[in-house]
Write a protein that binds this ligand. Structure first.
Ligand SMILES: Nc1ncnc2c1ncn2[C@@H]1O[C@H](COP(=O)(O)OP(=O)(O)O)[C@@H](O)[C@H]1O
Ligand SMILES: [Mg+2]
Length: 253
């Protein structure tokens, strides 16, 4: 297992935001995190990225408690694309991607050939090589998200955590971005709103409801008509797609 969470609890003040959440992200696979607004997705991702400390329970990376890993080593291994990622508007694309190398640099070493290679590979993976000298602010929404992913990849992570990275993108760019994430040689944990997109691209899903795990498993096992009704409060019919075998949700008016 790459990332595991075991019985996580996260409280803020008197409120229990996450309550007994366990999960396993399998190496090289894409784990989709679903749930209504306010169900705890962002909180869970922030715990997995080591940005917050659980009130109880444990997170491990290859069996090691992340509390013992250290912030800098963690940043060399786990990259996080936050939901409202912002970037200094005056930078060029390549400089934004270079920021991803920060955890790998020491006070004493200059910019190295390894840093250049990581940045080049990240731009290529994200399909953004041609835009390298463009100004950040000139990019479209979809391109900005690709550069956020490129910056994360420049960290050379083994685990990539993404919080609703397709928000505000048109459908073509949503699909393009999910295809990109699915093609990456990393373990990914991705919060998504579109359940059909999750069904198409994720290997496994976990559904949160009021801070608890309502369902976990393959898309086929998780996305049932009962779950859609009980957790998402919608009437829907779920079919098995004829061309990829994944479930497909038809929402009923
Ligand atoms: N820093 C915080 N302070 C107070 N409440 C918070 C904080 N972070 C999250 N919450 C609450 O925890 C719940 C889960 O939020 P969040 O993890 O953002 O859910 P999601 O990403 O699924 O929409 C929400 O009710 C939210 O208001
Ligand atoms: Mg959120």
């Amino acid at each position: 297992m790459s990332i595991t969470a075991d019985n996580l609890v996260w409280k803020i003040g008197k409120r229990t935001v996450l309550d007994g959440v366990s999960l396993q992200a399998e190496p090289g696979r894409m784990l989709g995190l679903l749930g209504p607004n306010g169900s705890g997705k962002t909180s869970l991702l922030r715990l997995l990225a080591g940005l917050k400390t659980p009130s109880a329970g444990r997170i491990t990376l290859d069996g090691r408690d992340i509390g013992t890993v250290g912030r800098r080593s963690l940043a060399r291994r786990v990259a996080f694309v936050e939901q409202h990622a912002t970037t200094n508007a005056n930078l060029r694309v390549i400089d934004v991607v270079k920021l991803g190398r920060f955890p790998h640099r020491s006070m004493f070493s200059g910019w190295s050939a390894a840093d250049d290679t990581a940045v080049e590979e990240a731009l290529a993976r994200a399909g953004m090589v041609e835009k390298r000298h463009d100004l950040w602010q000139s990019l479209s929404g979809g391109e900005k998200q690709r550069i956020h992913i490129a910056r994360a990849l420049a960290q050379s992570p083994q685990e990539l955590i993404l919080d609703e990275p397709t928000n505000h993108l048109d459908v073509q760019h949503q699909i393009g971005l999910l295809r990109l994430v699915a093609s990456l040689p990393v373990t990914s944990v991705i919060a998504l709103h579109d359940l059909n997109h999750a069904a198409m691209f994720c290997d496994h899903l976990i559904v949160l409801d009021h801070g608890r795990v309502a369902a976990a498993g393959t898309p086929e096992a998780v996305l049932t008509e009962e779950l859609l009704r009980d957790v998402f409060h919608v009437s829907a019919r779920v079919e098995r797609s004829t061309h990829h075998g994944r479930p497909h949700i038809h929402y009923l008016a």
